[in-house]
Design a protein around this ligand. Structure first.
Ligand code: ADP
Ligand code: MG
Ligand code: MG
Length: 898
């Protein structure tokens, strides 16, 4: 098999479609060559080699690919007219990771590889620029030391050991910026860096370029399993088996002087989705300088630059002289870059995130990929591209990551609350949204408060988990393409970056803004849409659904087969869900209705009853409440089916367990506390979730079912008399045998008949059942003879199929996931292999005897995209989920059908 794919000078052995083998970066480097975009030559070692490396070890793997790598290096030498390891004309390389799915900054990169005491002289002579040569050398020692030799800070409060040395030398020389270092200073840095490596690792810094190359390749493969990459994969659901490719590429230099630069750009705005080219660059810089926030990056376009200056409160004169845009500083190269970005976007037909370097007036592209974006940008870009004619409707829907729509459903700051808030500082609007929380300064402390805002000078890939936990992120340094900004947008997390007025002292854990001090735990608020930072807590309100969002919903409607219902217990929830496009209620739980006000008293009377007569008396008190509730909810969902589940939880949930509360109940009911206690003890069960609940209540106390059926049917009749189209679907929970359902259905039908006779009006209604006990699924052909519909209650079905108690699984599920026993939490993502097969069997057996049996799902899974797609596959008529997940389920349902 082939293990190495070369690219360069307009030719490539790979192409964009080979992401699985070459990783995203490698596949696109090849593709860019093929479409005539200037890319430094190089080669990609495949992801299969990474897998082999992990399974069979380094020695065997490297032996196998050695000759291919050597041949590829020879090709790079030919195309660049240099020689790897040569004294006078050395070839310098970059070694870069690149997985199938982009994992920005998660794995490692080494630049300027091939440097040693000889090569630096050769580069220096050849370029006539010894400062540049030594700058590249010290960068190489720093990166190689960090990535391959694992030089790390001693503790989180400490700096990177190399940065410490840089700071020391700056102090000795009385300078502020890296750019002020002289050639001699850089030579001194290389010396001190190497000494530090020797001191910390006990090893000499390698001088042999081949040793450097293989060391770096190994480091990239190893970085696939570094903790931050593992965590990133877990958060983004990327399989561990994929592995990373390694890209080895000739270096181009953005640090050769004032005619050189490096930058990062987006073909559209990744925060808002606006169709404007934007990005940042630095003159005389290399690689990660832009993202790392070491110097303030400058905007690429003039308009972007002006906007930036306005946000930072920088005058036009200062901006133009100190921070000119690329458009002003290098107009010809700007034109080329602008043409290239357009070409790339047209080619890939999606927003691109690109990396470029200008070496002495020549433009090179180093990377392009579909850019990470916020939920709002995702929606706007897809709709705009459709309206611009570049993608069709189905592609628009496929571009929507349903889970990301969640961001658009998040609250924003209340307009009046924000008016009276104190503005502390202004940074860049790096990732939109509103966040309020307590200040923390370290990512691993983000969980110290229920709502925290992570405040950092800048973030790094190590901070990922904390960024995930925090409500928002504020950085003092870094631009729109800084690590914090890019990652936050990917997560849909509110972020304000580069707020220069924020001064942070990690040691004292204090942030100072214009003389005002904020300690850890103090409240602040961020508006990621405007870049403003506020003092204290600010109230939020719900967002509006309109514009492009509505267009996506219309497309979902057009292409879906299944409909989406909602799980709602109140008219208000039903109305919210209707606004989001819910067509009916898939689960209305009646027990919630028993807790309000006086109702619990009647409920407890019912439970306390010793005889049927007593019980009926108590139930009579509950009837009007229930009827009123059902009228409200049936009316709110007028015209659509409303599935109402009969009483489900064990009765002990309705009685108090605390001493004081029992006393209160005793007084209220006019009985002794002992009696209450005796009742509670009597209701105690060892396994309540497998105990006296669901239809087992209705079958032991049929009068409960009778009352609930009456309330539902009376409500529907009353509404019909008012001209409201009410469509009740009565659902019997937790059946395992058809007889359990049959007896309940008989009560419901005879009650309905009575009500119709009393009222002289009839309504249509259905009687169906929840399928949540595995036995019900296995005998679904029998059950279907009695049921008008099935609703898969996949929470209980998962609980009973796995035998995992939902309420106790927290103790072992995380361990199971970590050990790979389970891929994910089966209560969140439907286990298609096991529970899903039970569902499938239930649907098939049920439809086998009743072809038009209505089938849906009402577990939490009904709002989870991969599970929704599964439900479409087994032929369900609808999924049902909580109101705020309705739009997500609608898009997933449409995707399932295209
Ligand atoms: P990441 O996946 O973290 O973005 P990359 O492999 O893209 O890592 O490398 C990081 C940076 O190194 C890039 O932004 C680019 O500027 C720089 N870089 C990589 N390869 C080269 C090269 N051949 N010449 C010059 N700069 C390079
Ligand atoms: Mg990159
Ligand atoms: Mg259940």
């Amino acid at each position: 098999a082939k293990h190495v794919y070369t690219f360069g000078a307009g030719k490539a052995e790979g192409k964009a479609g080979m992401k699985n083998l070459l990783g995203g970066k490698g596949a696109n480097l090849a593709e860019m060559n093929l479409i005539g975009v200037p890319v430094p030559p190089g080669f990609t070692i495949t992801t299969e080699v990474c897998t082999m490396y992990n399974e069979q070890g380094q020695e065997k793997t490297f032996e196998l690919i050695k000759s291919e790598v050597e041949a590829a290096v020879t090709l790079v030498e030919e195309l660049t007219g240099t020689k790897f390891g040569d004294k006078d004309n050395p070839c310098l390389l970059s070694v870069r990771s690149g997985a199938r799915a982009s994992m920005p900054g998660m794995m490692d990169t080494v630049l300027n590889l091939g440097m040693n005491n000889d090569a630096v002289e050769g580069i220096s002579k050849k370029s006539g620029n010894s400062r540049f040569a030594w700058d590249s050398y010290r960068r190489f020692v720093q990166m190689y030391g960090d990535v391959v030799m694992e030089m790390k800070p001693a503790s989180k409060e400490e700096h990177d050991p190399f940065e410490e040395i840089i700071d020391e030398l700056k102090e000795e020389k009385g300078i502020q910026l890296d750019t002020e270092f002289t050639t001699e200073d850089l030579q001194e840095l290389v010396k001190r860096f190497k000494a530090a490596v020797k001191k910390v690792t006990g090893k000499d810094f390698p001088t042999d370029p081949w040793e450097q190359l293989w060391g770096s390749v190994a480091a990239v493969f190893n970085s696939w399993n570094n903790p931050r990459a593992i965590l990133y994969r877990r958060l983004e659901q990327i399989p561990d088996e994929w592995g990373t490719a390694v890209n080895v590429q000739a270096m181009v230099f953005g640090n050769m002087g004032e005619g050189s630069a490096t930058g990062v750009a987006f073909t559209r705005d990744a925060a808002t989705g606006e169709d404007v080219f934007n990005g940042e660059y630095l003159i005389n810089a290399q690689g990660e300088d832009v993202v790392a926030g070491i110097r303030t990056p400058q905007e690429i376009t003039l308009s972007g630059s002006k906007k930036w200056a306005a946000l930072q409160g920088i005058s036009e004169e200062e901006r133009a002289s100190k921070y000119p845009s690329l458009e002003e500083a290098m107009p010809e190269l700007y034109k080329q870059l602008d043409a290239t970005q357009q070409k790339l976007e047209d080619h890939y037909k999606d927003m691109q995130d690109l990396e470029f370097t200008i070496q002495e007036g020549k433009l090179w592209l180093l990377q392009t990929r579909n850019g990470k974006r916020t939920g709002a940008a995702m929606v706007k870009i897809a709709v705009d591209m459709m309206e611009q004619g570049s993608i069709d409707e189905k592609t628009v829907l496929q571009r929507i990551d349903p889970n990301k729509l969640d961001e658009l459903l998040h609250p924003v700051f209340d307009a009046s609350a924000i008016k009276s808030a104190t503005e502390l500082a202004k940074g860049l609007p790096a990732s939109p949204g509103a966040a309020t929380g307590q200040v923390v300064f370290f990512a691993d402390e983000a969980n110290k408060y229920p709502a925290s805002v992570l405040v950092r000078v800048e973030t790094s890939p190590e901070d990922l988990e904390g960024m995930h936990i925090a409500k928002g992120i504020l950085t003092a340094r870094g631009g729109m393409t800084s690590h914090a900004a890019v990652v936050a947008r990917g997560m849909g997390k509110c972020c304000v970056s580069g707020a220069g007025a924020v001064k942070i002292n990690y040691k004292t854990r204090i942030m100072t803004i214009e003389g005002k001090e904020f300690k850890e735990g103090d409240w602040i608020s961020l508006n990621g849409t405007t870049g403003k930072v506020y003092e204290g807590k600010i109230t939020t309100k719900d967002p509006e659904m309109s514009g492009d969002f509505a267009k996506i919903m219309d497309l979902a409607e057009k292409y879906t087969r299944m409909s989406v219902r909602t799980n709602a217990d109140t008219p208000k929830d039903a109305q919210v869900a209707r606004k989001f496009g819910a067509k009916g209620i898939g689960l209305c739980r009646t027990e919630h209705m028993f807790f309000e006000g006086d109702r619990i008293k009647a409920m407890r009377e019912m439970i306390l009853s010793k005889t049927e007569t007593e019980r009926r008396k108590a139930l009579d008190k509950l009837l009007p409440y229930q009827r009123e509730d059902f009228e409200g909810i049936l009316e709110a969902m007028e015209g659509y089916g409303v599935t109402i589940r009969l009483l489900d939880p064990p009765l002990h949930e309705f009685v108090p367990h605390e001493d004081a509360n029992q006393k209160e109940m005793a007084a209220e009911m006019g009985i002794s506390q002992e009696e209450v206690k005796a009742l509670v003890d009597d209701l105690h069960e060892f396994n309540p979730m497998l105990g006296h609940r669901g239809c087992r209540l209705g079958n032991t106390y049929p009068e409960i079912t009778e009352m609930q059926a009456r309330a539902i049917i009376e409500a529907a009749v009353n509404l019909k008399n008012k001209g409201v189209d009410a469509r009740p679907e009565i659902m019997v929970p937790l059946i395992g045998t058809v007889k359990e359902l049959k007896l309940q259905a008989d009560i419901i039908h005879s009650t309905a008949k009575k009500v119709f006779e009393e009222k002289g009006t009839e309504v249509e209604y259905l009687v169906g059942t929840m399928i949540e006990v595995p036995r019900a699924a296995v005998t679904a052909d029998k059950v279907a003879e009695v049921a008008d519909f099935f609703s898969f209650g996949t929470n209980d079905l998962t609980q009973m199929t796995f035998g995992y108690s939902r309420d106790d699984a927290g103790k072992f599920l995380p361990v199971y996931i970590e050990k790979g026993i389970l891929k994910n939490d089966p209560f969140q993502i439907l286990d298609q292999e096991g529970v899903g097969q039970v569902v499938k069997m239930g649907v098939e057996k049920g439809r086998g005897v009743k072809p038009n049996l209505k089938v849906g799902i009402c577990g939490e899974h009904g709002g989870e995209p991969s599970s929704v797609i599964f439900c479409d596959g087994v032929g369900m008529d609808y999924v049902s989920c909580s109101p705020f997940r309705v739009p997500i389920a609608r898009v997933a349902a449409a995707q399932a059908n295209i």
